[in-house]
Ligand binder design. Structure first.
Ligand code: GDP
Length: 304
């Protein structure tokens, strides 16, 4: 799926919404004028923004190299390029065919309870519908009736069918399978599967996610396995993320609650340490508070 006109206007929304308040700290690191930078201050600021040690060093090296090449280089511009450089050119588009050309392709959404998973599934459904996709939602978190209710509310708002289990603790694989069948009957392009996020132990999680992925794949192999992370948990979220990437073959990250985080650098840490692109960000609790991740808007937010 290529970013549509609609999603590039969401890039504009991202630009307006993201401000991490690093600007003042950075202006102080650069206040000596010209290429004379307070490197300790700059390093502390980047670490404080949750970039992580490795990415911070890479950014500092890149800024030093730019300033070393030209006496007239502007440190602010050098930093902007360095941050864009560490983010790289990952493919952040969903691996979907255009609307109307495939049927029942699963997108499985995983993550620990409370990170914003169900909300993100609802927002993504709405975005896909706006782009012309037919969507069926699968409430495969069968242990929490409230999660299925919440998903139904999102489904009703987006005008899409929601398949849920008729009993608490029902088989999540069966829900994913039935949603696939429903998509086939109605010709819907995508099945968005909301999974359970109890991280009691890795073995349970592995078994359950493995089963959902196998069952979902019986109709079509998943186009994406999206991991939802909570931006406000910072570096702690990375440990969680590693477990899921080992278990579920994650293809992209949805970073929720970026609106509530003063430490947006976590995007960079996630991408560097997991090698998985951030594809979407959550910017609030409302349906519209969701956007494809746009590196330039994000870096401008970091530097604002
Ligand atoms: P789940 O348990 O992972 O499915 O999490 P939920 O989707 O139920 O979300 C948990 C809480 O986080 C709810 O109160 C949501 O409204 C809130 N939430 C989800 N996404 C965002 C976001 O992007 N920004 C903010 N500020 N809150 C969010």
């Amino acid at each position: 799926m290529k970013p549509s006109k609609d999603s590039s206007s969401r890039g504009g929304r991202l630009r307006g919404k993201l401000s991490f308040g690093l600007g003042d700290r950075l202006r102080s690191a650069f206040s000596r004028g010209g290429a004379d930078v307070d490197w300790d201050d700059l390093e502390e600021t980047l670490i404080g923004a949750d970039l992580g040690v490795a990415a911070t060093q890479e950014v500092l090296d890149s800024v030093r190299a730019s300033l070393g090449r030209s006496k007239d280089a502007d440190p602010h511009d050098a930093l902007r390029s360095a941050l864009l450089g560490v983010l790289g050119n990952a493919d952040r588009a969903l691996a979907l065919e255009p609307p109307g050309t495939s049927v029942g392709v699963p997108i499985v959404v995983v993550g620990v309870n409370g990170v914003g998973k169900t909300t993100s599934v609802g927002k993504l459904a709405r975005m896909l519908v706006a782009e012309g996709y037919g969507v069926v939602l699968a409430a495969a978190d069968t242990f929490r009736a409230a999660a299925a209710d919440q998903l139904e509310t999102w489904g009703t708002r987006a005008g899409v069918a929601v398949v849920r289990s008729d009993r608490v603790g029902g088989d999540p694989g069966a829900v994913a399978f039935e949603a696939g069948e429903r998509a086939r009957e109605s010709g819907a392009d995508v099945v968005l599967v909301d999974t359970a996020g109890r991280l009691h132990n890795k073995r349970d999680l592995m078994d359950e996610l493995g089963k959902i992925l196998r069952v979902a794949s019986r109709v079509r192999p998943p186009a994406e396995v999206l991991l939802v992370l909570d931006a406000t948990t910072g570096q702690n979220g990375l440990a969680q993320a590693r477990v899921f990437t080992e278990v579920a073959g994650v293809t992209g990250v949805i970073l929720a609650k970026l609106d509530g985080s003063a430490r947006g650098g976590i995007v960079i840490a996630i991408e560097r340490e997991l090698g998985i692109p951030v594809k979407f960000v959550g910017l609030g609790e409302r349906a519209d508070d969701f956007a494809p991740f746009d590196p330039e808007a994000f870096v401008d937010g970091l530097l604002a």
